[in-house]
Write a protein that binds this ligand. Sequence first.
Ligand code: ADP
Length: 160
Amino acid sequence: MKRTAIYPGSFDPLTKGHEDIIRRSIKLVDRLIVAVAINPSKQPLLSVDARIALMETALAGVEGVECRSFDGLLADFARANDATVVVRGLRAVSDFEFEFQMALMNRKLHDELETIFLVPALNQTFLSSSLVREVARFGGDVSSFVHPAVAEALAEVYAK
Ligand code: ADP
């Protein structure tokens, strides 16, 4: 039986921290769906389509990874895609409380769904999409934090 995992998030934008988690996860499962959550209560910088296109560029050549979007409940998206694992990244203790609540809620909604937490390489632990947006907004160099295509997209958005 093929094991499918979902790595859900905003990915606004994808960072090297996310890429690190993706490369670690794909070693554990047969198929990984990196899923951009459409969240009507968040005002994203990049459109869902732009985020997916950037992911596809950054992850080209990584076998077994698909990039998609979803709205509604993650539990329903998992059922619809025969996924039994949710991957999330943990950077610091501050991530833990929210992630713990989400994992328990997702299990309540889908009792076959297990959440696994992966830790990135030490030099990626300080990285977040919001910090990258902040640096790019003020014209800082984000090239060591994101794929070149992402850096280019951010520069274009903020030049407007
Ligand atoms: P969300 O809005 O769901 O938090 P993010 O795109 O910010 O979406 O993050 C998606 C997942 O990736 C979360 O589990 C988050 O903890 C994890 N993550 C984000 N940045 C990093 C990083 N630098 N290292 C490891 N995990 C990370």
